[in-house]
Design a protein around this ligand. Structure first.
Ligand SMILES: [Zn+2]
Ligand SMILES: [Zn+2]
Length: 82
């Protein structure tokens, strides 16, 4: 999990906490934020693994990278040349 996506302590807490009861973090009602393809989403606890994309942190209001808009190639390239 990339460190750069954390915008505040509350987000960091939600992304890093673990649950002893639920094997999958998506199954835990305590889980609020999920990472999908390094974007953010609100986890929908409907028995599946649905995530509603969010554009801003619900706690601090920071703008979050959109799911699917993140260029994984540029993140991996050492120089950022285009
Ligand atoms: Zn935040
Ligand atoms: Zn749980």
């Amino acid at each position: 999990m990339p460190d750069k996506v954390r915008c505040c302590d509350r987000m960091d807490y939600d992304l890093t906490q673990k649950c002893d009861v639920h094997e999958s973090w998506f199954d835990c009602p305590n889980a609020l934020i999920g990472l999908v393809r390094t974007g953010y989403g609100l986890i929908v606890h409907d028995g599946g693994s649905s995530v509603i994309e969010i554009g801003f942190c619900p706690w601090c209001g920071s703008k979050l990278p959109k799911i699917g808009e993140i260029d994984l190639d540029s993140a991996q390239s050492p120089k950022g040349e285009r």
